[in-house]
Design a protein around this ligand. Structure first.
Ligand code: 3HC
Length: 284
């Protein structure tokens, strides 16, 4: 199947980045949001990133305009009927995601369509079981910022068909130009199983007064050649996303390293979500 007609559910940090990647790859993209305000914010996010790509010399103005021309925003999920690939990138709430999968199952008419989730750590099988076609559901997990990070985790549940896994892997590599890796449907898959305990440890270090956030970040940038330190990275990922991922990994594995630090919970309760809200551990 040659995938041309795609859709992304949600245009937050990840949804907007994924929609941009799909549009830049020449695909027709519908972005579904819950209201016009959220659609406008998603569109602005994509425009800003495309402008930055032009500024950085990664894209010319014509390619930017063509990419924007391939994007259509809607609040009506019914418009996704003819889609061949839908990537769900709603917020990390299992109940919301399950209901989106159930809705997509009734709306998307093509029996060969593939329905994917960009969840950072939740069990893919639970979303698959919310549909009547679990063999056509899998995880396609991008990294933030999606237009820049080359990796995509392909996550097969115990019911994902091998043919679906293979065609999505090929699509990610050949059409999107990303580097796919194969992960099992386990908490945090590969990357977040390693990353989330690391981010939680850094926040615990800060919470305990062990070191300043600047020194923790400088330590990992200067000492280990990471492009950014863990406190700044947590702000960029979104503290709410970090919290939900940590809760989900901790709930299933009991790994004390993934236990969400109290400070992280308090900050999320306080609306301090990082870059996206203008303030997290740092101000933006
Ligand atoms: N579009 C296209 N390319 C862009 C771009 C854009 N909007 N913005 C930047 N770039 C390109 C630049 O041209 C540059 O390319 P080059 O290396 O070929 O010259 C490269 O991206 C880096 O850009 P900069 O050096 O200007 O650095 P920035 O400050 O713009 O961006 C960063 C920095 C890319 C965010 C870098 O700090 C980084 O990689 N940080 C770590 C990010 C990370 O770890 N992400 C994973 C998070 S975990 C996750 O997402 C999973 C989730 O489930 C929790």
């Amino acid at each position: 199947m040659s995938i041309q007609r795609t859709a992304v559910i949600g245009s937050g940090l990840m949804g907007a980045g994924i929609a941009e990647v799909l549009a830049k790859s020449g695909l027709d993209v519908i972005v579904r949001e819950i209201n016009d305000e959220a659609s406008a914010a998603g569109r602005a996010r994509i425009e800003k990133s495309l402008a930055r790509a032009v500024e950085k010399g990664k894209l010319d103005a014509q390619a930017r305009d063509e990419a924007m021309g391939r994007l259509r925003f809607t609040t009506d999920i019914g418009e996704l009927a003819d889609r061949q690939l839908v990537i769900e990138a709603a917020s990390e709430n299992e109940a919301i995601k399950k209901s989106i999968f159930a809705e997509l199952d009734t709306v998307v008419t093509d029996p060969d369509a593939i329905i994917a989730s960009n969840t950072s750590s939740m069990p893919i099988i639970r979303f698959a079981q919310s549909t009547s076609r679990p063999e056509r559901v899998l995880g396609v997990h991008f990294f933030n910022p999606a237009p820049v990070q080359p990796l995509v985790e392909i996550v097969s549940s115990v019911l994902t068909a091998d043919s679906v896994r293979d065609s999505v892997t090929e699509f990610v590599a050949e059409v999107l130009g990303k580097n796919p890796i194969q992960a099992q449907d386990r908490p945090g898959f590969i990357v977040n199983a390693l990353l989330i305990p690391y981010l939680c440890s850094a926040i615990r270090m800060l919470e305990a007064g062990f070191a300043t956030k600047e020194d923790i970040d400088a330590g990992m940038v200067g000492g280990c050649a990471h492009p950014m330190g863990p406190i700044k990275l947590a702000d960029m990922v979104g503290l709410d996303t970090c919290l939900y991922a940590a809760e989900s990994i901790y709930r299933e594995t009991g790994d004390p390293a993934a236990k969400p630090p109290v400070l992280l919970s308090r900050m999320v309760d306080g609306g301090l979500l990082g870059v996206k809200s203008g303030r997290g551990f740092y101000e933006y």
